[in-house]
Design a binder for this molecule. Structure first.
Ligand SMILES: C[S@@+](CC[C@H](N)C(=O)[O-])C[C@H]1O[C@@H](n2cnc3c(N)ncnc32)[C@H](O)[C@@H]1O
Length: 431
């Protein structure tokens, strides 16, 4: 189905709002921190003096500095928003309705682009459900979430006012950078990505290393792209797919604009003062990236495609979009399948795009992202047994089943840690 003008406008507005969220991170986060400073002045003076002695105020100031350092990094990510084929110098609220569309726009259904990690462009649906990071946050968004609440910026221009939900996504992106691109994230990464890579290597164990590039591996819901990058680094042809603009802005910068190991320093844990043992838990710097993302061997085939998994890979023979049927030798899903509104469709697509004998390797929980959504979207919420039964009915043979205990974007130095008993399996397409 071709994009309608309404789709294009919605996408444009959404992306502009994401950029606005990045741009307003500093005042928003500083303001939240300033509340702590104000509270000190409300309590009795003798209590204040005690707090002064133990360095509480000084910790609040150090948090301001860390927020400003984060903002500096986040500004780099939005420095070239035209990567998605649109120039957002003009805010959409000011846009004339008959303004012509940018000629550089990509059709998401055309998917892949050339060099290194590349991005095409697609409608990104505001996510209104659960998120994996910080497993306790099962809250749902208010009905107005994502709507362009605006105020007047300088010069009287209307400006998007990010919601708490927008900011939470931005803060999660910082933690996701730890998971995928820092030395600190290695422990969590190893627990999640190593079993997947091992199963992949096992499946292709009779293929000489120099021939791995002939095999096409897809990683839907690729997040910041590290698993897909690792798989390309093993020599396979690998494509990640991701639809969140937060993720895409961050992965684009990591993969295409970062020219040195430990180039950036971020402070992902400065947004909550709860469950901290010491200053370190709050203020420790995280250096990224731990490897040079551009350091893939010459001739590697690695791409990142922006857009909705179901739209891009769900195309059938005869659709206008490029058919993906039977085009993939392996599909790797890590903390992804529970993002489905309709898991039947996800599994059907995974099955359909695999070549005969192809393999689907999965690791993750079943935190159904659309459960209790406020947008009247469908949400099919199966048990693990039911997901496996469904996979078998669709034509998979499941093997290598086990449980993997893992955190997800966890602050390793927090007094609180959520552990997922994630399910792992290898499923081979048999019919
Ligand atoms: C829980 S995260 C997991 C990210 C990554 N696989 C990891 O393990 O770090 C799920 C990811 O899937 C993406 N996602 C959700 N639904 C999607 C869809 N329909 N198409 C493409 N990406 C999607 C989200 O934006 C998010 O980045």
């Amino acid at each position: 189905m071709p994009l309608t003008q309404a789709d294009i406008d919605e996408e444009r507005t959404h992306f502009a709002n994401v950029i606005a969220t990045f741009q307003q991170y500093a005042p928003y986060a500083l303001n939240a921190n300033n509340r702590r400073r104000k509270d000190i002045h409300i309590i009795p003076i003798e209590d204040r003096e005690l707090l002064e002695q133990i360095g509480y105020k000084q910790r609040i100031s150090a948090t301001d500095d860390a927020i400003l350092a984060n903002a500096e990094f986040l500004n780099l990510l939005t420095a070239n928003p035209e990567i998605f084929g649109q120039d957002l110098a003009e805010e959409p609220a000011e846009e004339s309705p008959d303004q012509p569309e940018s000629s550089t726009r990509h059709d998401p259904r055309r998917g892949q682009h050339s060099h290194g990690s590349s991005h095409s462009h697609s409608v990104s649906h505001p996510h209104r459900g659960h998120s994996h990071g910080g497993g306790h946050s099962h809250s749902h968004d208010s009905p107005q979430d994502g709507l362009p609440l605006t105020d007047k910026g300088r010069g009287g221009k209307r400006r998007y006012k990010p919601t708490e939900h927008d900011m939470e996504k931005l803060r999660s992106t910082l933690k996701q950078l730890v998971r995928d691109w820092s030395e600190e994230g290695k422990a969590e990464r190893d627990v999640c990505y190593e079993p997947i890579k091992e199963a992949l290597l096992q499946h292709f164990s009779d293929i000489p290393q120099e021939e791995r590039g002939n095999f096409r591996i897809l990683v839907p819901g690729a997040g910041l792209g590290r698993l897909a990058w690792d798989v390309a680094n093993l020599g396979f042809s690998c494509q990640g797919n991701e639809f969140s603009h937060y993720m895409l802005l961050a992965s684009f910068h990591m993969l295409n604009r970062t020219d040195a190991v430990n180039k950036h320093t971020i402070y992902p844990y400065v947004h909550s003062f709860s469950n901290l043992l010491n200053r370190e838990g709050l203020l420790r710097p995280i250096r990224i990236p731990d490897v040079l993302p551009s350091g893939l061997a010459p001739g590697s085939d690695f791409s990142l495609v922006a857009g909705d998994f179901e739209e891009i890979y769900g195309a059938e023979e005869g659709d206008d979009a490029e058919s993906q049927v039977g085009q993939w030798d392996a599909v790797l899903t890590c903390f992804f399948i529970d993002t489905a509104k309709n898991i039947v469709n996800y599994l059907r697509i995974i099955h359909r795009i695999l070549a005969p004998g192809g393999v689907w390797i999965n690791l993750g929980p079943l935190l159904w992202h659309w459960e209790n959504n406020t947008t009247n979207d469908p949400s099919i919420e199966l048990t693990l047994d039911e997901v496996k039964a469904l996979a078998r009915s669709i034509g998979f043979e499941i093997s290598n089943e086990r449980t993997v205990d893992t955190t997800y974007t966890n602050n390793a130095q927090s007094m609180l840690g959520y552990v997922y008993h994630a399910s792992f399996w290898t499923a081979t397409k048999i019919i």
